[in-house]
Every structure is written in C-alpha cells, then in structure tokens.
Design a protein around this ligand. Structure first.
Ligand SMILES: Cc1cc2nc3c(=O)[nH]c(=O)nc-3n(C[C@H](O)[C@H](O)[C@H](O)COP(=O)(O)O)c2cc1C
Ligand code: SF4
Length: 378
C-alpha cells in the first residue's frame, strides 16, 4: 500500500515523496520576467519537505505573461535567474520543474504580436481584445513553447510542465467553450487537442526521450459548454500517446460570464471556494490515470485532514499537490509527512491571495504575513 513518504519516479526524475507544490503565481518576478530575490526566498521556504516543486507559470513570450511580474523563458537573458532558482530548489532535495505558459487573451494588457492570442476570439478581460490566431501564428507559438522548454532544461531543471489548464491559451484550444474553430484545430475533443499535441511533440523533439514532460489540464470545467469528463479522458489518452510522462489534473472550479457595457467576457478560477468540498477532483484524477496509464497529480484542498494520505493509499493517485495551504504555511507538507497535520497554520480559503495577484499586486496572504512580497502588496 502506497504512502505519502514513498518515492516516485517520472521518466527518471526521482521524487523523494508524493507531495508536490503546484504552480503558484507570485507576481514577484521583475518587469523583464527575471527571477528576483523574493522569488528565491518564496521557493526556498517551500522546497525543504516536498518531493516536487512546480515553479509558477512562466511565459514562453513576453506577450504571454499572466501578470507583469510573471517569470519568463523567452530569452537567454532569463536563464541565469532560472538556473539560480533550479539550484535553490534542488539543493533542498525537491525535484524542480517549471510550468511554461502563454496566457492568451487571459494575460494582462501588454504589447506584442500575440497579445490576446485566442482560438476563437472569446474575451477574458475587458482591457484585452482577443486576437484569433491563424495557422502560421499557431506554428510560431509551438516553436516558442519548444524554445522555452529547451531553456528550462538548460537552466538545470529536472523537468518541464506544459500549462494546458485554467483557460490560458492551450486550455482555450482544448475547451469546446472557447474553441469554435472550423479548421484542423477545432471540432471534437481530438481535434481541439491538436495544438496541445503539437506543443508536446515539439517539446519532446527539443528535449529528447529521457527528459520529463508533465502536462497540466482541466479535467472538468464547471461552466455550461465547458469540457466534459469524457473529453478529458480522450485528451488524457492522446497526451500519453504523444509522449507526456505525467498528467497534472486540475479543473475550472467556478466560472461565469460577466458583462461590461457592450462586452461579454469569461471569468474563471482554478481553486475550490470555501463552499466546495475538499478533494472533489480526486476520483476523476484516478480515472485519468486509468485512461492514460500515466502517473497523475491530484489537486484541490488536499491539505485538509488525511485527504493527501488517503488519496495515495486508497485511490491510485501518485502525487498530491498542496497549493494554498503551502502559501499559508510553508511547512504544511513537512507537518503532513510527519503526521503533525494538526499543527498546520490553516489556509482560510478566503481567496485574498488570488485577489492580490489579479489586482497586479505581489502575492499576499491573509494568514501568512511574512510572504516575501507581502509588504509591497499592502
Ligand atoms: C495565488 C495562486 C496562484 C496560482 N497560480 C497558478 C499558476 O501559475 N499555474 C497553475 O497551473 N495554477 C496556479 N494556481 C492553481 C494552483 O496550482 C492549485 O491548482 C489551486 O490553488 C488548487 O489547489 P489548492 O486547493 O491546494 O490551493 C494558483 C493558485 C493560487 C491560489
Ligand atoms: S490568502 Fe486566504 S486562501 Fe490564500 S493562502 Fe492565504 S488563507 Fe489561503
């Protein structure tokens, strides 16, 4: 019977235990997308116990940042900072992976040819006009993902995670709600996965067979017209066939349409609110594992009670990710592993952290006042 303290391997990458810190955008990067001392401190405080750290969404192009303080991997000048970050995490014994992303029309307003990139022109914020991209632009973006993946390896990380979740660009292609194309990139679940699969194959070609590639995607999207469980299982199999080594199974926990003047846009969150039950994505993550035959990462308030332990013991979950609870208490994973969960400083699920970053301030937390950028967030 598996326990949280067991090792796990992903294509040769050894995790000392089965707890991961999932990607958490801090908005602590420099305006040039470079690692800062605040970033180093945030990850240093959280890498001592977990088996895996997945560094926050890092942009494959300057016009693909979620926020002005998102990290970047679009040019070699960003490599030294990323190498320092990889070294910091690995020295503390955790495997280090970076999530690579293009935010598409969900990113903050910036400039650049792909600002607002979108499969079918759905808006996510009132200040960013979506840009429906053509096949030549898609090809360019696939190459940008491959280049960024190459830089992740060059910086010394153990693996890369492709961000196909949360309605950023790849996710928008995967979802029937945001992809209404009638070319080869749109249609049924298989056709909508074309862009994602091209990114995976290009990254694989760049990185070689033995470099771990993880893929994060939405299992379900709690919004009318969003991706279904059946779609997610189809996509899981396709990703496995394309050479992904592990699936990081997230979701859209809540989403709604907003209207402002004559504009309609989609607002979405990747985290369960206070009223949604903990662990609600775990059973579906187990189904994904069964469909794809790959190691899976489950997420969703798994720092509560013994949910993390139960997920690996009773369901065949390989790795549990603990997000907000690691913001609120950087020692949460260590306390869970030591059987001292009762000592965890509890996340109150208040969403102050999301509110801070979405107002373009540095990450801050209601219960943890000593986050590196919190003073600047006030
Ligand atoms: C402040 C904040 C930033 C986040 N940034 C990212 C991100 O960069 N990439 C990503 O895939 N998910 C991101 N997430 C989602 C988390 O990785 C995680 O899936 C979510 O918080 C649910 O897990 P939890 O219930 O343990 O917090 C973020 C969540 C929070 C709270
Ligand atoms: S701000 Fe609130 S939801 Fe976010 S980590 Fe802190 S306590 Fe949890």
């Amino acid at each position: 019977m598996a326990t949280l303290r067991d090792e796990v391997m992903i294509n040769g990458m050894r995790l000392r235990n089965r707890i991961a810190m999932p990607p958490l955008t801090t908005n602590y990067g420099s305006p040039e997308g470079i690692v800062t001392d605040e970033i180093i401190q945030f990850y240093k405080e959280r890498s001592g116990d977990v088996g895996l750290v997945i560094v926050e969404a890092s942009a494959v192009r300057a016009d693909g940042r979620i926020l002005p303080g998102s990290l970047g991997l679009w040019e070699d000048g960003q490599l030294a900072g990323m190498a320092r970050l990889a070294d910091t995490i690995k020295k503390l014994g955790a495997a280090a992976v970076v999530q690579i992303n293009h935010a598409g029309a969900r990113g903050f307003p910036s400039s650049g040819e792909m600002q607002g990139a979108s499969p079918s022109g759905i808006a996510f914020r009132p200040d960013v006009a979506p840009l429906t991209i053509n096949p030549a632009q898609i090809e360019r973006l696939v190459a940008d993902f491959a280049d960024a993946a190459g830089r992740v390896a060059e910086a010394g990380f153990d693996g890369v995670e492709i961000h196909g979740a949360h309605f950023y660009l790849i996710s928008q292609f995967l979802s029937p709600l945001t992809n209404q194309r009638d070319d080869r990139y749109g249609g049924d679940a298989r056709a909508r996965a074309t862009f994602a699969l091209e990114v995976v194959r290009a990254a694989r070609e760049r990185l070689g067979k033995s470099y771990p590639i993880l893929f994060r995607f939405n299992a379900v999207e709690k919004v009318e017209g969003g991706q279904t469980r059946e779609d997610a299982l189809v996509v899981s199999r396709l990703l496995a066939d394309a050479g992904v080594d592990a699936l990081d199974v997230s979701l859209i926990a809540q989403s709604s349409w907003k209207e402002l003047e004559d504009q309609r846009f989609l607002v979405a969150s990747s985290a369960f609110s206070k009223k949604q039950p903990a662990g609600a994505n775990v059973a579906l993550t187990a189904e994904v594992k069964e469909a794809a035959g790959l190691p899976v990462i489950a997420v969703g308030k798994l720092g509560e009670g013994d949910l993390a332990g139960e997920s690996v013991r009773d369901l065949p979950i390989d790795i549990v990710a603990i997000g907000r609870q690691m913001i609120a208490d950087p020692d949460a994973a260590g306390k869970i592993l030591a059987g001292k969960s009762r000592e965890i400083v509890r996340c109150e699920e208040c969403m102050t952290c999301f509110a801070a970053i979405w107002s373009e301030k540095p990450l801050a937390c209601k219960v943890n006042k000593s986050l590196p950028g919190a003073a600047r967030s006030a």
